[in-house]
Design a protein around this ligand. Structure first.
Ligand SMILES: [Zn+2]
Length: 413
C-alpha cells in the first residue's frame, strides 16, 4: 500500500489529497481516501510505503524515443559512426543504459520508434527487460522503420560506395507491404514510416521537406499493419509528405513541424495523433548565418505555431521527446516545460505523458492512470508539478509492475 500526500491520477482534471493506493502483485486494486495518517489500518503482512509528503503520479510514458541512439554528437562521429563503426553488441550494451536511464527518471513505458540500423535489437532489449535480466520500462518497439531510396541516412557518400541505411528501404507498394510484414513478423509493436527526409528553406523563405513514400506505398503498409491489429507512426515535417501521411491513413504524426489548418482538420476527422517532440528542435542549432542555421531556426518557429494551433483545435497530443536524438544523459522531462511554454496547462502536459499516451498505445485504463485495474506503475516527486512542471525532472520514487525500482524520497526523510 502507498499513502500519497497528493495524487495526480493521470485522468482527473484536479489532484486529490491524502489517498491510499492498494497494490496486489503488479496491479492497482483500490484507490481510496487515506483516512488517518497512521499505518494502523494496514493489513498484517502488507508492505507500506509512506509518500504522504510527496506528489504521486502514474508512471510516465515517452511515446517517441530511440534507445539505440546516443545524441549523434558530431564531435563523437555523429549519426554515421553508429552504423559504420560500432558493433551491434556495443550499441545494445549502450541501449541497456538508455532504458535504465528512462526508468530512473520515472518513465515506465516507452514507444521506441526505430533502432537506426540496429535491426531488431529493440525486440531483444524488450525481451531482456520482460525476462527480468535488465531493468527498463515497458517497451513498444518499431524495429527497423521504413523509407524509400533517397529517403534515409546514411546520405552523401560517393555513389560507388555502398553504405548501410538507418531504415529499411522500399520502392513500390509490393516492397512496402513486404517490409511491414517482415517487421511485424519479427516482433514490431508499431510500424514507423519516414514520410519526409531532408528539409531546407525554400525560394519564398518557407520550410520545405522532401517527401518519400507515395500514398499508394503508405496505404499498403497501413493496410497490412492494421490487419495485424497494430498501428503506424509517420515521421512527417510538413508539405507533400505530411499530406501523403494523412491521406495514407497513418495513426500518429511524429514531429509535425508545419501543419496547415486543413491538415489539422483532417487529423481531427481521422483521429490522428500528434507526437510533437518540441525540445529536440531547440537544441544544437547551426550558426545563424548558415543555410542549416536558418533552417534550424525556421523549424523551431514553425513547430511552435503548429503545436499551438493543433492544441487549440483539439488534436490528440501524446508526449514524445526523440531521446537518443538528445543524449540519454539529459533529462527526459525537459519536454514538459516546453509544452507548457507553448500553451498547455501543466495538467494537460502531464496527461499527455500518462493517460493520453496510454490511449495512443491502446492501453487506456491499464497504463498512465492510478486506478483499480491499472498496472502498478507509480512515481513520486517532492513538490507540486502543477505549479512547476520542471519538478518532474526530479522523480524520486519509481515503481514498475508493483516492484520498487528506486526510492530516494524515503532516504531523504
Ligand atoms: Zn525520432
Amino acid at each position: 500500500m502507498i499513502r500519497a500526500g497528493v495524487l495526480i491520477d493521470g485522468v482527473s482534471g484536479t489532484s486529490r489529497r491524502n489517498v491510499m493506493i492498494t497494490i496486489l502483485g503488479n496491479k492497482i486494486t483500490e484507490v481510496s481516501d487515506g483516512g488517518a495518517a497512521t499505518p494502523a489500518n494496514i493489513p498484517a503482512g502488507a508492505q507500506f510505503i509512506d509518500l504522504s509528503q510527496y506528489t504521486v503520479l502514474p508512471g510516465l510514458i515517452d511515446a517517441h524515443t530511440h534507445i539505440f541512439l546516443q545524441g549523434e554528437d558530431p564531435a563523437q562521429g555523429g549519426y554515421d559512426i553508429q552504423l559504420l563503426k560500432f558493433p551491434l553488441a556495443f550499441r545494445a550494451a549502450r541501449a541497456t543504459v538508455s532504458v535504465r536511464r528512462a526508468l530512473e527518471q520515472g518513465f515506465t513505458t516507452l514507444r521506441d520508434v526505430e533502432t537506426e540500423g540496429a535491426g531488431y535489437g529493440d525486440v531483444g532489449i524488450k525481451m531482456a527487460i520482460e525476462g527480468g535480466y535488465i531493468p527498463g520500462p515497458r517497451l513498444f518497439v518499431a524495429t527497423r522503420a521504413i523509407s524509400t531510396t533517397g529517403g534515409y541516412s546514411l546520405d552523401n557518400y560517393a555513389p560507388e560506395v555502398e553504405v548501410p541505411k538507418g531504415a529499411e528501404i522500399v520502392d513500390g507498394p509490393v516492397e512496402a507491404r513486404k517490409a511491414a510484414r517482415e517487421q511485424l513478423d519479427h516482433g514490431a509493436d508499431w510500424i514507423k514510416v519516414y514520410m519526409t527526409h531532408r528539409s531546407w528553406i525554400g525560394k519564398s523563405g518557407e520550410l520545405v521537406s522532401q517527401p518519400t513514400l507515395t500514398v499508394e506505398e503508405l496505404r499498403a503498409i497501413v493496410d497490412e499493419t492494421h490487419g495485424w491489429g497494430k498501428k503506424v507512426a509517420c515521421h512527417a515535417y510538413g508539405g507533400e509528405g505530411m499530406q501523403r501521411a494523412l491521406d495514407g491513413g497513418c495513426d500518429s504524426i511524429e514531429h509535425g513541424l508545419v501543419l496547415t489548418d486543413a491538415q489539422i482538420a483532417q487529423m481531427i476527422r481521422q483521429g490522428t495523433w500528434l507526437c510533437p517532440t518540441l525540445s529536440v528542435y531547440h537544441t544544437d542549432w547551426a550558426p545563424a548565418d548558415t543555410p542549416d542555421g536558418m533552417r534550424d531556426r525556421k523549424r523551431a518557429s514553425e513547430h511552435e505555431q503548429s503545436f499551438r494551433k493543433a492544441l487549440k483545435a483539439g488534436v490528440k497530443i501524446a508526449f514524445g521527446t526523440d531521446m537518443g536524438g538528445i543524449p540519454w544523459t539529459e533529462p527526459i522531462a525537459q519536454e514538459f516545460p516546453r509544452m507548457v511554454e507553448f500553451g498547455m496547462t501543466p495538467m494537460q502536459a502531464i496527461q499527455s505523458a500518462t493517460s493520453r499516451a496510454a490511449e495512443l498505445l491502446e492501453m487506456k485504463g491499464r497504463l498512465g492512470v492510478i486506478a483499480p485495474g491499472a498496472y502498478a506503475d507509480v512515481v513520486a516527486v517532492a513538490g507540486d508539478p502543477l505549479s512547476d512542471v520542471r519538478i518532474l525532472e526530479n522523480v524520486g520514487f519509481v515503481m514498475k509492475d508493483g516492484k520498487v525500482f528506486k526510492n530516494d524520497l524515503a532516504l531523504k526523510r
